[in-house]
Ligand binder design. Structure first.
Ligand code: ATP
Ligand code: MG
Length: 180
């Protein structure tokens, strides 16, 4: 697995900056109820481009910004950076390491960066398409996902297989060129 580091600041329960270093092999996050374990997986899907507040367990996108606690004031911006190892060239970019950053301000403004260079959400989605790591891909298996795949209609199940086979990118490009 190529996720090396997660930096979170101002996202959900993480008012202070936190840094999680992940090493090759299995990583497990443990902690009492309400300590922020699921918030970490929300941070990963959010940074990968999740736009549906309900899937981030909120009702509006602003719910991802730290609202303050007894000890700390609310903040004005949520920021998550994922650092991925690209030694095996899984991503079609000529860098050994790739960092993806997403920021969201209370004003409603968003920022996306790849290796600190501003980009569009679409660029991040395109980068992850067919890697099996993107938003909603099978690498993030939420509660109920296995049931959902088993009981889904054949066309929906096909989407999962297409992502795994690496052909989604080409279908998107075809649809885009037909629209132009
Ligand atoms: P469980 O073991 O019950 O699944 P968990 O470790 O997964 O718990 P989370 O769901 O990640 O816990 O964290 C829930 C906590 O995050 C709650 O206390 C909630 O108040 C806090 N939280 C969520 N959004 C925000 C926010 N925007 N600002 C501050 N705190 C938040
Ligand atoms: Mg949880």
């Amino acid at each position: 697995m190529c996720l090396k580091r997660i930096d979170i600041q101002g996202f959900k329960s993480f008012g202070d900056r936190i840094k999680l270093e992940l090493h090759p092999g299995l990583s497990v996050i443990v902690g009492p109820n309400g300590s922020g374990k699921s918030n970490i997986s929300d941070a990963i899907s959010w940074c990968l481009g999740e736009q549906r507040a309900s899937l981030l367990r909120g009702s509006r996108m602003e719910d991802v910004i730290f609202v303050g606690s007894d000890k700390r004031k609310p903040v004005g911006m949520a920021e998550v950076t994922l650092t991925l190892d690209n030694g095996a060239k899984l991503f079609s970019l000529p860098y050994e390491e790739i960092s993806i950053t997403r920021r969201f301000y209370r004003s409603g403004e968003s920022e996306f960066l790849i290796n600190k260079v501003p980009c569009r959400l679409k660029d991040i989605q395109a980068l992850f398409m067919d890697t099996g790591l993107g938003r909603g891909a099978y690498s993030l298996i939420g509660q109920g996902k296995v049931d959902e795949i088993l009981s889904s209609r054949p066309e929906e199940r096909r989407t999962v297989i297409e992502e795994a086979a690496g052909i989604v990118k080409f279908r998107h490009r075809k649809e885009e060129s037909l629209r132009k």
